[in-house]
Design a protein around this ligand. Structure first.
Ligand SMILES: [Zn+2]
Length: 398
């Protein structure tokens, strides 16, 4: 099947109807929903069942007449491998088509060196593959840090890793493994997991902001991820007189609200005022310590989180004034760990928005945890399942 064939498009639409739009629909319900004939839907469903993408469920007997057979994704056959990087660690997972993990694996990386990071990634992919006896989609979903070209899968740079040299990650993985690699920024991957598995209303427009050593954002319009390098949320300028960012600009959101900004602010306040966090002067100040203290009510730690919250609040209100998302989800290792931070971000953004904008915008905390990025990388691969199994160059399943 060619990807622009009407047959391929029908397959993709029927699969989407079964997977996200409708709840365990019958062939007749899909035909009505998509405006296709029942015969056309039956033929497509036959192909999807033969490809082990869709399964027929038991008919529940209720009421009069014979109801159509309900259809659902087949979670028992195909599986997908995802990998994501965080804090000198590659985490790997294998999930079924419903995103349920069946295996997790971790590999440490000793340095932030690019070659070593890629070497450990490929070693981990091979290891995970050798441990799974399920059919695997012929590809990998990979979530590295940095700014990524979604077409070439090249990491342009990752300031928080000190990577200023381009890393052709997709090409390196494909050459080493012979399989396709789909590359997505780790926080953007976490956003994919949040949207896919976080119980959000997919008909709405949602923005996900990952806050950690870097800051990345994902925008979804009606459930579709805008996966473009052309928006660089972390480098939105908040204050042109602010601190220097790794990208060369001053006052980028990443320079004002990432982990480094949080810790720099805490250290500067400690130097300025000997009573500031005085009980912790002889130990390393970490983001985790500040988050834990803030949750316990320590006013100094709270002021540090409020400082980065104000920059994030300005970023959100700017986005709200331009594209008016229905929901903004704060995630990433720092965002998801701190209810206090999310409350402060909400206050900072709402302070500057009009009442009716405030009513129309929910700001919530992400729910996917540390595992979100790797789960999202696997979910990103799952999004390509039609292309991988029935797309151009693949044998037609009849
Ligand atoms: Zn920047």
């Amino acid at each position: 099947m060619q990807n622009d064939d009407i047959e391929f498009i029908n397959c993709a639409n029927v699969l989407k109807a079964i997977e996200t739009d409708l709840n365990q629909p019958s062939r007749a319900q899909i035909a009505k929903y998509l405006g296709l004939s029942r015969t056309a839907v039956s033929m497509v469903v036959k192909k999807l069942i033969a490809a082990n993408l869709v399964t027929e469920l038991e008919i529940e007997k209720s009421g009069r007449g014979r109801p159509g057979t309900p259809l659902a994704l087949d979670g028992s056959y195909w599986h997908a491998i995802g990998a994501a990087y965080s804090l000198r660690l590659w985490t790997f997972c294998v999930v079924n088509l419903n995103g349920q993990p069946i295996l997790t694996h971790k590999e440490h990386v000793e340095t932030t060196d690019q070659d070593e990071t890629v070497e450990v990634l490929i070693r981990g992919l091979r290891h995970v593959e050798s441990k799974v006896d399920k059919p695997l989609l012929p590809g990998y979903g990979i979530g590295p840090p940095g700014l990524i070209d979604p077409k070439t899968g090249t990491v342009f740079r990752a300031d928080d890793m000190g990577w200023i040299k381009e890393l052709p990650l997709k090409r390196l993985v494909e050459e080493a493994t012979g399989k396709k690699a789909f590359i997505i920024n780790r926080y953007r991957a976490n956003g994919v997991a949040e949207l896919t598995f976080g119980g959000h209303d997919l008909t709405k427009n949602i923005m996900y902001i990952g806050v950690g050593t870097g800051i990345a954002g994902s925008v979804y319009f009606e459930g579709t991820l805008l996966n473009s390098t052309k928006y660089r949320f972390g480098h939105m300028v908040i204050d042109p007189h602010g601190p220097l960012c790794g990208c060369g600009q001053y006052g980028c959101l990443q320079a004002m609200a990432s982990e480094k900004a949080l810790l720099s602010y805490a250290h500067a306040k400690m130097e300025e005022d000997p009573t500031f966090l005085a009980s912790y002067a002889d130990q390393p100040i970490t983001a985790k310590l500040l988050i834990d203290l803030a949750e316990q009510g320590d006013v100094h730690a709270q002021s540090c989180l409020s400082h980065i919250a104000s920059a994030l609040g300005i970023a959100i209100l700017t986005i709200a004034n331009v594209i008016a998302p229905d929901e903004v989800v704060i995630g990433g290792p720092i965002g998801e760990a701190s209810t206090f931070l999310v409350d402060e971000i909400r206050k900072a953004a709402y302070d500057h928005l009009l009442d009716w904008q405030v009513k129309a915008l929910t700001i919530s905390k992400g729910s996917q945890g540390d595992y979100g990025s790797v789960l999202g990388a696997a979910a990103f691969l799952l999004e390509q399942k039609m292309e991988l199994l029935l797309g151009e160059g693949c044998p037609t399943i009849s």
